[in-house]
Ligand binder design. Structure first.
Ligand code: GLA
Length: 717
């Protein structure tokens, strides 16, 4: 049984993580930070003494996975109500199972009840990123209800920290917020049944430099220690960032306990999502580079070799619901002429879908718009040497649909209560096995009968009235878990049955972007806001958590529908080329010159795409906080190439563009400079050493309003 004093340790990349069993048999975090020597001993766990009668050691001693009981006042990982009314849960160490040098399972058990928790740990040897999750098992003879279950708790030692996190709204996702962590709790969450636009399940905590320097907070971009994490879950989630009374910081994250209540019958178990966590001592830039590498190598469906995203054409902003065969063919022909790889038909092709009032749920091809089905269009797209993708919104239903008329009980609802509509639609209850099978069935049929390479999988509202009255009352709240599990299982089945089909996760833009969906989705749609200037800050925010590979970015029309801002096609192209490029403009309105510009830039993009989406990203100048400029640099892993994008938002008082001191190059190697667009100040060498570009720096000749430059540096043999 319990071996008090035992220490467990995981080493990977530049990181060491350690915890141990304290004298009470509780599991206590010991260390998370820079890698320490293999032979260095980590002192055994010892609980904190009682400071005052108000705070027992149970609450002042950090725990790896704290049960709510015995006077715990900090955020619990697990809170349970037992059938007899007992709500006290105290978890003690039982045993550890080492699964190779990089993985560990720890079994905990309540001090008297037959409740077991298995904590799973693994560390990636390359990045040092940890994957943590918990499995909660009821081996008792009676059922119990889990009211709160975290995937993991992370503990940082007492210091002053800055929290970074991402918030937003529809058409305004990916705002990076930074604030000092002060007394009390900061909650970041979604109660929406889905990931949400309003906050994203990612955090970073930087050591606050201002304790050494000035009073302003300073989270280092390229220096300083950073701890970060991301939760792999596409349902309601919550992070609680706690500044404890002993000045330590704890992050608890997992299922959102709001309206949660997962009944576990005897013999049943609940597996939490995975909470990934990592450490870098190269600032937020180092943290996101580690995370990007990890996501490309371990999360994405085709990891470790995700395919380069084809350059797509999508007519949504140009035609909205007015799709038909001749219109799509005409646009596809124009798209082919500029080097597009894939044509995606968006909303409007199915059922009686003339606008957003009808049709969701009826997934037959609209016979008026496509009298001969999709085949003639798909064949034409193939003949133009592109592949074909299709928009679907499988989890949704319009009350004005044949499906709803037949199955009004299939939606999330509380009987006898109003069913709140958003965009005239309701949410199908995917937790129901019959609904789940219907959704998988129609998608499977669609993919079997048509040569479809890609699905843009949309999800255009959040939950309301989340009732599920087909199951016993005390099991209805399981909907928060079963819905998402069924979503994942449909995606997994479809990928297995149709291994060549690729999928985009879209939710009215970036409402469903997380490491859970990214196991099944090759790419995501970050925002319905395609304004190229707004996108610069969104793409910047996005890049803290997710890699450019998955970040779809369309070039659309000017002036932009949202902000009325007019920009040149070149500016729009360069803004989108920072991620995975797409064209979403109305090609019927383009001039010959527009076609020539796009063709040239798509060809240039193709030639440097592997570096942009697979390299190491350095955010050289931030577009945030009304910055007048921004710039990014991506360096290929082998350091053979670097691609730089720079943007001038509005030059004032004739000031020049800031000097760009490049990063990540091989200082000894020679690199030749090639401009895709724009130019350098006179006198800039065309070839110089990595040391020159990094130390002397590059002076661009870039000024004006909404102007952009793109260039690459290539290592010389
Ligand atoms: C959502 C998506 C858009 C488009 C529309 C179609 O808003 O984010 O890109 O597909 O739905 O209705």
């Amino acid at each position: 049984m319990a071996q008090n004093g035992q220490v467990f340790r995981l080493d990977g990349g530049d990181c060491t993580y350690a915890f141990g069993v304290n004298e009470h048999g509780e599991l206590q975090p010991l260390y998370w930070g820079g890698r320490i020597g293999t032979r260095d001993a980590i002192p055994a766990a010892n609980s904190n003494p009682e400071m005052a009668s108000f705070d027992s050691p149970y609450t002042t001693t950090p725990q790896e996975y704290a049960g709510w009981g015995a006077g715990l006042f900090t955020e619990p990982a697990l809170k349970i109500t037992f059938a007899d009314g007992n709500r006290d849960l105290v978890l003690h160490f039982v045993r550890a199972t080492q699964n190779g040098p990089q993985a560990l399972e720890i079994l905990l058990k309540d001090i008297s009840r037959e409740v077991y928790v298995t904590l799973r740990y693994s560390i990636d040897p390359e990045s040092g990123i940890l994957a943590r999750s918990a499995n909660i098992e009821n081996k008792d003879k009676q059922s119990l209800v889990i009211e709160q279950a975290a995937a993991a708790q992370w503990t940082l030692p007492a210091a002053r920290y800055i929290l970074s996190y991402l918030t937003g709204r529809w058409a305004g996702e990916w705002t990076l917020n930074q604030e000092p962590i002060q007394g009390g709790e900061r909650v970041i969450e979604s109660r929406r049944g889905t990931t949400g636009h309003q906050a994203n399940p990612w955090f970073a905590i930087s050591l606050d430099d201002s304790q050494k320097t000035t009073g302003t907070i300073a989270a280092g971009e390229e220096h300083g220690e950073v701890w970060f994490g991301a939760l792999a879950w596409s349902g309601s989630w919550r992070f609680t960032i706690e500044h404890t009374q002993l000045d330590a910081v704890r992050v608890t994250g997992g299922f959102n306990p709001f309206d949660f209540g997962y009944k576990l019958n005897p013999g049943e178990h609940l597996e939490t999502p995975v909470f990934y966590g990592g450490y870098s001592d190269h600032g937020l830039g180092g943290a996101s580079r580690l995370l990007h590498r990890y996501e490309l190598a371990h999360i994405l469906p085709r990891a470790p070799n995700p395919k380069l995203r084809p350059v797509i054409y999508n007519s949504w902003e140009a035609t909205e619901f007015k799709v038909d065969e001749p219109g799509q063919v005409a646009l596809a022909e124009k798209a082919a002429s500029i080097g597009v790889d894939r044509v995606v038909m968006d909303d409007g092709w199915f059922g009686q879908r003339k606008n957003d009032h009808a049709g969701l749920g009826d997934w037959y091809v609209n016979p008026q718009k496509f009298p001969n089905g999709l085949k003639p269009l798909i064949d034409r797209v193939h003949a133009l040497h592109m592949d074909f993708g299709l928009w679907v919104e499988p989890e949704m239903i319009n009350p004005d649909s044949d499906l709803y008329r037949k199955h009004p009980d299939w939606v999330l609802n509380f009987p006898g209560r109003p069913r709140s509509e958003s965009r005239n639609q309701l949410v199908l209850n995917l937790a129901r096995p019959d609904v789940r099978d219907y959704v998988e069935g129609f998608l499977d049929k669609l993919l079997t009968e048509n040569d479809i390479a890609f699905l843009k999988w949309d999800y255009n509202r959040n939950w309301s009235e989340p009732g599920w009255d087909q199951v016993p009352i005390d099991e209805q709240k399981r909907v928060y878990v079963e819905f998402i599990r069924n979503l994942y299982s449909i995606l997994a089945d479809l990928r297995k049955k149709h291994p060549n089909v690729e999928i985009e996760s879209c939710s009215g833009g970036g409402g469903r972007v997380d490491l859970g969906i990214l196991r099944y989705a090759d790419e995501v749609w970050p925002s319905d806001n395609t304004d190229p200037f707004d996108r610069l800050s969104m793409q910047d925010g996005f890049s803290y958590a997710y890699p450019p590979q998955v970040m779809m970015a369309w070039v659309t029309d000017s002036p932009h529908w949202l902000n009325g801002r007019a920009t040149t096609l070149t500016y729009r192209m360069l803004s989108s080329m920072q991620g995975s490029l797409g064209i979403g403009a109305n090609l019927n309105h383009w001039t010959t010159e527009d076609f020539a510009t796009a063709k040239r830039l798509i060809a240039a993009y193709h030639s440097v795409q592997p570096t942009i989406v697979g390299g190491d990203l350095y955010r050289l100048i931030s577009p945030r906080d009304t910055s007048e400029q921004s710039a990014t640099e991506t360096v290929s892993r082998d350091k053979h190439q670097a691609v730089v994008f720079a943007f001038s938002h509005s030059t004032q008082e004739g000031r020049g563009f800031p000097l760009l001191e490049l990063q990540g190059l091989d200082p000894e190697a020679q690199y030749a400079l090639t401009f895709i667009e724009g130019k350098a100040r006179a006198g800039t060498p065309t070839t110089a050493s990595g040391a020159w570009w990094m130390n002397h720096g590059l002076q661009l000749d870039l000024r004006g309003d909404f102007q952009a430059t793109a260039l690459h540096l290539d290592r010389q043999p």
